[in-house]
Design a protein around this ligand. Structure first.
Ligand SMILES: Nc1ncnc2c1ncn2[C@@H]1O[C@H](COP(=O)(O)OP(=O)(O)OP(=O)(O)O)[C@@H](O)[C@H]1O
Length: 457
């Protein structure tokens, strides 16, 4: 991308001016403990993953700290059966590293980071299923996640993995919790923070026997402007001995500090900022003349591309509805999904997208995180993500594009820019991650078609 004047990327509570070589300076900040003066107990692996063990006496070279097979983890045979039923033959990198630490006794807190689509869910789901006692009829493990859709997905993984066990799992999302007055007796609960808080308040969810609390998309869950307060309140209801596990693909420095307080003395698996992007996701941008030209380019794009499934991210609900209407009238199987829809409709839309009846989903940031659908080969940032203060939001960008290119698959992320502002926003994000976002010609239809087809080869 051509050089632009100053622009700022917001990272939690600090910002960086692009003129000061943001990639280098921010990488140094985010590396944190990996810079000079590396403390003991920190393993700097070849893949630039840093593992910081809470126990400084631990021998980092011990085979205990990586599991090359699921059998090595000492899991119950019923759980192994569930894993193999899902066709997981061996642990992914994050599972290999995190599971031995997560399952060790006495339990230790964990702050775990790995790129999108690398198998974090299975790591914490297996831990939850391993830690609870099926003969005790009370909640012992609780997972909270930021969206209804993500909670339902985690429940699905939980049910598949645990299908040969006697463990019961309950949902804590709007309209799907236990009926009023009825106490939860399931060993595991997965929910959104709002509904979980409500169930605790109504004495339906008793936290007394909780051994494990997991925050998926933890940086988002701890964000002070968002779900942070609720997450803190939930944690404060758990016993002091409860194991706290935080997972995400991103932890901005300010959140990381807070996370370290939320999950004290945790084992940490972290990535440098330069390692956050998934190589298999090709990132491009399309230069549109103005806001209305974006709609036209979108139409052209879908007329030339063979997309199996895709997500279009927009800033506002109204834009989502407008695009869905326009594309539907052009004959595409498109639906908009956002927070204004009622829970049942959201579930129906999501189920339709998962089983392939809906090919394109137009959505807001509500689906930016965690959603795992392997058929998605294109993600479009129709609007560049910005935070509440209107500054480019690098984390949300990474999560959004991470809906494609999952678990070794390839994918394409297409960004629309249409004025100096959107250009600056995208440039700031590009410079932050240090990965070039390549231009696709929009002025010449033939060239555009050729470039797009090549992208998806
Ligand atoms: N060991 C494994 N073997 C094969 N497939 C796996 C394994 N672990 C996870 N997967 C698959 O990889 C995909 C991505 O996993 P998952 O959704 O857990 O990623 P994630 O790291 O949580 O991503 P995100 O940061 O986007 O939330 C899923 O479809 C999952 O079934």
């Amino acid at each position: 991308m051509a050089s632009e004047s100053e622009s700022q990327v917001k990272r939690g509570d600090f910002s960086v001016t692009l003129d000061s070589d943001p990639v280098d300076s921010m990488a140094t900040e985010l590396q944190g403990l990996t810079a000079e003066g590396q403390p003991e107990g920190l393993i700097d692996t070849k893949e630039q993953v840093q593992i910081k063990l809470a126990d400084q006496q631990a021998d980092p070279n011990s085979p205990l700290y990586s599991a090359k097979s699921f059998e090595n983890l000492g899991l119950e045979p019923e759980l192994l059966k569930g894993i193999y039923d899902m066709n997981f033959s061996k642990p992914s990198k994050i599972q290999e590293r995190a599971l031995p630490l997560l399952l060790a006794d006495p339990p230790k807190n964990m702050i775990g980071q790995s790129q999108s689509g690398t198998g974090k869910t299975a790591a914490f789901v297996l831990t939850m299923l391993s830690r609870v006692d099926a003969s005790v009829e009370a909640p012992q493990a609780l997972c909270i996640a930021p969206s209804r859709e993500l909670v339902r997905q985690i429940l699905d993984v939980m049910q598949q993995m645990g299908k040969y066990t006697q463990i019961k799992v309950s949902a804590a999302i709007k309209d799907e919790g236990p009926p009023r007055g009825q106490k939860i007796t399931s060993q595991i609960v997965v929910g959104t923070p709002g509904t979980v808080t409500e169930l605790i308040r109504r004495n339906q969810l008793n936290m007394r026997q909780l051994k494990l609390l997991v925050l998926d998309e933890a940086d988002n869950m701890l964000d002070q402007q968002g779900l942070g307060d609720q997450s803190i309140r939930i944690k404060n209801m758990a016993p002091k001995t409860c194991q706290i596990v935080l997972f995400s693909a991103t932890f901005a420095e300010s959140v990381r500090k807070f996370a370290a307080r939320f999950a004290p003395n945790a084992n940490e698996i972290s990535l440098k900022v330069s390692e956050l992007s998934v190589d298999a996701i090709k990132q491009v941008y399309m230069d549109c003349k103005d806001e209305s030209h974006k709609l036209q380019v979108l139409e052209e794009l879908y007329s030339v591309l063979t997309v199996s499934q895709s997500i279009i991210f927009v800033r506002k609900r109204i834009t989502a509805d407008k695009i869905a209407k326009m594309m539907t009238s052009s004959g595409h199987k498109v639906v908009a999904l956002h927070g204004q829809l009622d829970p049942q409709t959201r579930d129906q839309v999501m189920d339709g997208f998962r089983n392939g009846l809906i090919k394109v989903l137009v959505t807001t940031n509500v689906l930016a995180r965690g959603i795992d659908i392997s058929q998605i080969n294109v993600v479009i940032n129709y609007d560049i993500p910005v935070d509440g203060n209107g500054r480019p939001d690098a984390e949300t960008y990474l999560h959004r594009i991470g809906r494609t290119g999952r678990f070794g698959r390839t994918g394409v992320a297409i960004n629309f820019v249409h004025d100096a502002n959107s250009f600056r926003e995208l440039k700031a994000i590009q410079d932050y991650f240090g990965r070039e976002i390549i231009k696709v010609e929009t002025s010449d239809e033939e060239k555009m078609e050729k470039a797009l087809k090549k992208l998806l080869q």
